[in-house]
Write a protein that binds this ligand. Structure first.
Ligand code: ZN
Length: 180
């Protein structure tokens, strides 16, 4: 018998999967998300998180015999659906904002290393530097980017700009090598 998933379990799965359908990659507000069982309940699959996956309505119900839109919905159900959609959108936005904040912070940390900043709080960085560093952070693991910055510092290059160029070269080489 199918045990309904609690909201907290569902949202924990959504959060783990970054509020994106794991089949098609779409996210709120474009789609309403559901939780899919990797091993179906009918085949003995459980509600354990590792058996759960975020799927959009289309991907999850794609094979359903009866399109749900043809089933009349009560007002209470409509209200619950709207609340669910709003909660999903809020969750998606929150996770993207914290991700953006983390990428920004990581870029500042690397810039701080390159600029030989001690306290890491009060310093200004060229926006173009931050944009480049963010690109590297998106394409390389953070520790590799950090190591590249440290390498540029230990190379003893006096000019900040040349140090930065050296750092960029190291990062591009790592990207070419396909660093993991
Ligand atoms: Zn999907």
């Amino acid at each position: 018998m199918r045990v309904p998933l609690s909201k907290s379990v569902r949202f924990a799965v959504f959060k783990r999967d970054l509020f994106c359908c794991q089949y098609c990659g779409r996210h709120p507000p474009d789609v309403t998300l559901e939780v899919d069982h990797i091993t179906p309940v009918a085949s003995g699959g459980t509600n354990a998180e590792e058996n759960l996956l975020t799927a959009c309505f289309d991907c999850n119900r794609g094979k359903a015999a009866v399109p749900l839109s043809t089933v009349p919905m009560s007002l209470a159900m409509k209200g619950a659906e709207v609340a669910e959609r709003e909660a999903q959108l809020a969750g998606y936005r929150e996770i993207m904002e914290s991700r953006a904040a983390r990428i920004r912070q990581d870029a500042f940390d690397v810039a701080g290393i390159l600029l030989l900043v001690d306290d890491g709080v009060n310093f200004s960085v060229d926006r173009r530097w931050l944009r480049s560093i963010k690109t590297f952070n998106e394409r390389l693991p953070f520790h590799i980017v950090k190591e590249a910055a440290e390498l540029a510092v230990t190379a003893g290059i006096r000019s900040e700009y040349k140090r930065f160029l050296y750092f960029c070269k190291v990062c591009w080489n790592k990207i070419k090598e396909g660093a993991q």
